[in-house]
Design a protein around this ligand. Sequence first.
Ligand code: SF4
Length: 308
Amino acid sequence: MRVILAQPRGFCAGVVRAIETVEQALRKYGPPVYVRHEIVHNKFVVESLKAKGAVFVEELSEVPPRAVAIFSAHGVSNAVENDAAARGLAVINATCPLVTKVHNQGKRYATQGRVLILIRHAGHPEVEGTQGQIPAPVHLVQTIDDVAALDVPTDTPVAYVTQTTLSVDDTREIIAALEYRFTDIRGPDTKDICYATQNRQVAVRELTKLVDVILVVGAKNSSNSNRLREIGAGSGIPSYLIADGRELEPEWLRGVDTVGITAGASAPEVLVEDVIGALRRLGPVEVSTLPGREEAIEFRLPPELATA
Ligand code: SF4
């Protein structure tokens, strides 16, 4: 069986920074440090950090007074920031700089008096954070039908921002519908929504031209991993989202010569290797990697840890 790995795949710079933030905080302050929400959407990553002394909570009320609290890569609302300050917590904010950039774009448009529209993926924590950072009502749209249903007059000055788990391709049609609907509309340059989301989607499209089945390594609650699977399936290639090699079903491989593997932005490479290991247990495997796009982006750690 041939195995072709998508390139790039797996960890993005925002995820690397978020994990490093927790590890450095554990080194600097000692365990426990409290992390609000899964630091990134991957159980393996969360369990590894738990083993090192991180405690994951859903609400700040679960964090003891004056403890170290880390905000996840997905970002938080102003209300959460204020709550942390009121509780006297030592906060380290691991929000991905690209998510912060979306917050800042939204704030700038709101300051200009524009009605804000957020192009989003339903049920993602990033939406709550972005909405809660912008000091004005934010309309949410996910589909062209949502755009048509917006209760906003067409000559209202509006602006849109987009969630980072959506690629340029995902948002193109919705932005076109917004531009058709509104006469005075602004939006950021969509080229830089998130380089990692875009690159992983381009890479999985390349994979669909070469393989019989696609395995996406990632968590079920990882938005970008789900999207990679949808792109594979949408191209007519049977595509499966699996957390690790244990979830591989041999019947997916019946009559298959070439397997494509990619991984969501929060899935570590060790889980890709685990899936390759599971394939090897079924028979000989020859692995190659697509040339793909080089990624050299790195983000600095939060200021509290800059010297760590
Ligand atoms: S996928 Fe993009 S926005 Fe999300 S953490 Fe990674 S780099 Fe940041």
